[in-house]
Design a binder for this molecule. Structure first.
Ligand SMILES: *Cc1c(COP(=O)(O)O)cnc(C)c1O
Length: 398
């Protein structure tokens, strides 16, 4: 008998205290890819047979399909989400001496792209409820040196873009949306990545639309910026061996494009499943009497959250994490250290206490499984494990 069947047999006897629940992974890509296996292999074979590995028809088709899907005029396929940010900032001519405003709470690439161009990242605190860039503090951080503002749509929820776009427009500064976690998210009827000068997406395997490796996308509604991004993506070269600007190799592999073309038509149904799972968590947390102890993610009116991560908050985060690890429940801290406290940014001169909301979020947030293929039973297992932790010592679920 398998270990899993064994556990279920004991569970049927009501022997809950002694046994661990069936593990729930944070993400199960195999469950997503299994039904598409034949189509994915056929797409990869098509590229192998064509021998068109660099740019070419797969890339062009993917760009057309994603631009149509997102409702954005131009889509430029690139090598990663990190490179999407770097390329967008290069296309906006960000250079040493410039400042770029970013939230202090995000994945490293947001600030890393700024620093790699020799510019100074200027950090801003987050809104404590949405985890996203605080608009008033963003406006206050703009100086004559500001060359761009990068709001991040963290975990799949758009930043409050209207006041950020207004402040940027008043200062004549472009906005680059870090939409790496937000493909398909919406802000007041508009698509994430289509509101600022550029949108930057990632197809890292754990994103809602993931490649079989690294890949990314730059989007824009501006013809001139699209041309600039295309030029810089391929060493500023047009035609071959004539270089108009110093760009880089930021090209997406045709193999990744072929994989993404198989997966992209399913994104809407996968996103729907993530949103359904988020609703189900709301009910399960409430039913378990946890809603007063654990803060659940919010979807403000007029926003469409796509739940790349479902991030809960509790001051007892570290102990809860240990408990879930012991129970085999997938979880992760996104992100444990805000940018202004990272060793590599120590020379920027920010200290502890500079951005209290971000620092608090870094100590309290914990992502739990939310992927579309997650079953109701698995969600119940996750919530029961959290309930066991919260009600420990209260004589419940022991
Ligand atoms: C994933 C991610 C990136 C970088 O994308 P890669 O494809 O991994 O390079 C940038 N910003 C945010 C917010 C991300 O989550």
């Amino acid at each position: 008998m398998s270990a899993q069947a064994d556990r279920q047999r004991f569970a049927c006897r009501g022997d809950y205290g002694r046994i661990k629940p069936v593990p729930v992974p944070l993400l199960d890509l195999d469950a997503q890819h299994r039904p598409l296996r034949d189509a994915l292999l056929a797409a990869m074979t098509r590229v192998a047979d064509s021998q068109r590995f660099i740019l070419g028809p797969e890339i062009e088709a993917l760009e057309r399909e994603l631009a149509a899907m997102l409702g954005i005029r131009h889509a430029v396929a690139v090598s990663s989400g990190t490179d999407a940010l770097l390329l967008a900032l290069m296309a906006l001519d960000v250079k040493p001496g410039d400042e770029v405003v970013t939230p202090t709470f995000s994945f490293f690439a947001t600030a890393g792209a700024v620093a790699r161009l020799g510019a100074r990242p200027v950090f801003v605190d987050i809104d404590p409820v949405t985890f996203n860039l605080d608009p008033a503090q963003t406006a206050a951080a703009i100086t004559p040196k500001t060359k761009a503002i990068i709001p991040v749509h963290l975990f799949g929820l758009c930043a409050d873009l209207d006041p950020i776009m207004d402040a940027a427009a008043r200062a004549g500064v472009p906005v680059v949306e870090d939409a790496a976690q937000a493909i398909g998210a919406a802000y007041k009827t508009r698509s994430a990545g289509g509101i600022g000068a550029f949108g930057c997406f990632s197809f890292f395997p754990s994103k809602n639309l993931g490649a079989f490796g690294d890949a990314g996308l730059v989007t824009t509604n501006d013809d001139g910026l699209a041309g600039r991004a295309r030029l810089l993506r391929n060493h500023g070269m047009q035609p071959k061996y004539y270089h108009h600007a110093v760009g880089g190799n930021f090209r997406m592999d045709a193999l990744q494009a072929a994989v993404l073309r198989v997966k992209a038509p399913h994104l809407a149904e996968w996103t729907h499943a993530r949103r359904r799972n988020a609703e189900r968590y709301r009910c399960l947390f409430k039913d378990a009497g946890l809603d007063a102890m654990i803060t659940l993610p919010l979807e403000p009116a007029g926003y469409r959250h796509i739940f790349n991560q479902f991030v809960i908050r509790t001051p007892e985060r570290d102990a809860l994490k240990r408990h879930l690890d012991e129970q085999g429940i997938g979880n992760e801290i996104y992100y444990p250290v805000p940018f202004h406290l990272q060793p590599c940014f120590a020379d920027l001169g920010y200290g502890r206490g500079a951005f209290p909301h971000a620092e608090r979020a870094a100590g309290e947030c914990l992502a739990i499984p939310i992927y579309g293929e997650l079953t109701a039973a698995q969600q119940q297992t996750v919530v029961s494990a959290i309930a066991q932790f919260v009600h420990r010592g209260a004589g419940v679920a022991r």
